[in-house]
Design a protein around this ligand. Structure first.
Ligand code: CA
Length: 502
């Protein structure tokens, strides 16, 4: 059933946001309308950020997870998210999440290749990308900020140079893959330590290297720093220290998990102090809430009704989950013009239904779709053995991959521009540069050709320059084509036009 949207009437200037409860469904399911009044065009073309982090999605798809639309039909999850109002995708990036034998640590195998693929698929549906650079080979959070294996043992100055070069290289690669990078996060939940350093001055100087690389990459890209838990009482200290050290950033971002991180009133107050005093944008980079106590993947969940040390502020239900998300968006909007939106964390991290524990275990190890593989222990001592998702009960998709009603929450956060979703391109074997057959010509075609040249396994169609041979000349032809059409490499009709000239 389609739900009618209600747009807020004119709002008093004294009121920073307006909230109306609307009755929409015959079953009394309610969506709240939330309005952000004064976001500048430079942030997200004037729209609040309605984001999700789906970093594990490529691994999940490879594992056999099927995502569906509202009717239960299989559909590209990026399309489903865009149809439900999501306009920003966040992706974590680890330096090298593989052991010395090339075995992945899991957690989505989130290296720059995975990030580029996610960025490209997001761009297809007009969604921007937040690149969450963690400067670690695996999970970085308040518990651990392990230096990348290749950087271990080097002095601070060496690490600063490496951070600059790594940041520049990674962003170039992701952009060349077709992503529309809107924001870059320098570090993830860097509460008091980062990239193996604990001294805040050292941390700031490393942040600055990353920030400089982003500014040099593209001045229109927003730079975010990110901390976890606004109820710690440390946010004023972090913001003050960043200011004293002249760290050049735009967005002060926080993780806010309502069952661990205090009230939304406190969230607003803490972020508003930073926004007002230091003139920074603020946002929630991660939030989540359970809709069920069930487990869908044979791996225990982080939070349930019975959890100790968790303050369950809402019903554990689809409606309770949506209420939580709405409250987070309201809390950010209440900061005023510097509040720019929020990201929901891993709303699609589900398992494959009907698998036994042993079958699931094999899948986690093979595709990296669980939080860790057996190989992660060599880098992360907390990863004793492979495991799945401890957040599948907090997803916005049910265990069959069908969107929950709560996913629609993003449709009610305004203002919203009408975005034309692209129609699915038709396949056409005459498109010679589209080697991997995904109806786009981009860096991924070049990767396929390069691998084919290396292995010697190729077909006649790889003779792109029509000289009767398949060799590096064809790779050059492709690179030339991609560079020449950088702005419209994703435009199928452009590919046809160019080919018809030859
Ligand atoms: Ca689970």
């Amino acid at each position: 059933m389609k739900i009618k949207r209600v747009i807020c009437p004119i709002i008093s200037l004294a009121v920073l946001l307006s909230v109306f409860s609307i009755r929409s469904h015959a079953d009394e399911y309610q969506h709240e309308t939330i309005k952000y009044d004064s976001i500048g065009y430079s942030v997200n073309n004037g729209e609040p950020i309605r984001g999700v982090d789906i970093s594990s999605v490529i691994s999940l798809e490879k594992s056999g997870v099927i995502f569906r639309n509202e009717n239960g039909d299989q559909q590209d999850i990026f399309k489903t998210l865009a149809e439900n109002g999501v306009n920003y995708i966040r992706v974590r990036v680890w330096n090298n999440p593989y052991d010395k034998n090339g075995k992945s640590y899991g957690g989505g195998n989130c290296d720059k290749y995975v990030a580029a693929e996610i960025g490209k698929r997001a761009a297809k549906y007009n969604m921007k990308l937040l690149v969450d650079l963690q400067y670690s080979d695996f999970w970085a959070d308040p518990e651990k900020q392990t230096v990348p294996r290749d950087w271990a043992g080097f002095p601070l100055e060496w690490k600063k140079t490496s951070i600059y070069n790594y940041t520049a290289d990674t962003l170039r690669f992701i952009k060349n893959g077709g992503a529309n990078i809107g924001m870059v996060q320098i570090g993830n939940e860097t509460n008091g330590f980062f990239c193996g350093e604990k001294d805040m001055n050292n941390i700031c100087s490393m942040f600055s290297s990353g920030c400089k690389a982003v500014r040099d990459f593209d001045k229109s890209v927003l730079i975010a720093v990110h901390f976890a838990n606004p109820s710690t009482g440390y946010y004023d200290y972090y913001a003050e220290t960043l200011n004293k050290c002249w760290v050049d950033y735009d967005v002060f971002a926080t993780s806010y998990y309502p069952y661990w991180h205090g009230s939304t009133d406190n969230l607003t107050q803490v972020l508003k102090r930073v926004a007002d005093k230091y003139n920074k944008y603020i946002m929630v980079a991660e939030t989540a809430y359970p809709y069920t106590d069930d487990d869908g993947d044979n791996f225990g969940n982080a939070v349930s009704k019975a959890s100790k040390n968790a303050e369950m502020r809402y019903d554990v239900s689809v409606q309770g989950q949506e209420k939580c998300i709405s409250d987070v968006f309201k809390a950010v909007a209440a900061v005023g013009e510097k509040g720019i939106g929020a990201f929901y964390w891993e709303p699609a991290w589900i398992g494959i239904k009907g698998k036994s524990y042993n079958e699931s275990y094999e899948i986690w190890n093979k595709y990296g779709s669980g939080w860790a593989t057996d190989y992660a222990a060599s880098y992360d001592s907390s990863a004793k053995s492979a495991g799945g998702s401890s957040y599948d009960n907090q997803a916005l998709f049910d265990f069959d991959g069908k969107p929950l009603e709560s996913l629609k929450v993003f449709k009610y956060i305004y203002p919203e521009k009408k975005i034309e979703l692209p129609t699915e391109p038709k396949s056409d074997s005459a498109i010679k540069f589209d080697i991997n057959g995904d109806s786009q010509v981009d860096i991924f075609d070049a990767v396929v050709l390069k691998k084919a040249l290396k292995s010697g396994k190729y077909q006649d169609k790889y003779d792109l320059n029509k000289d009767g041979k398949v060799n590096s000349g064809d790779l050059s032809a492709m690179k030339k084509y991609i560079l020449a059409s950088a702005d419209n490499a994703n435009d199928f009709s452009e590919v046809k036009r160019t080919n018809s000239k030859k």
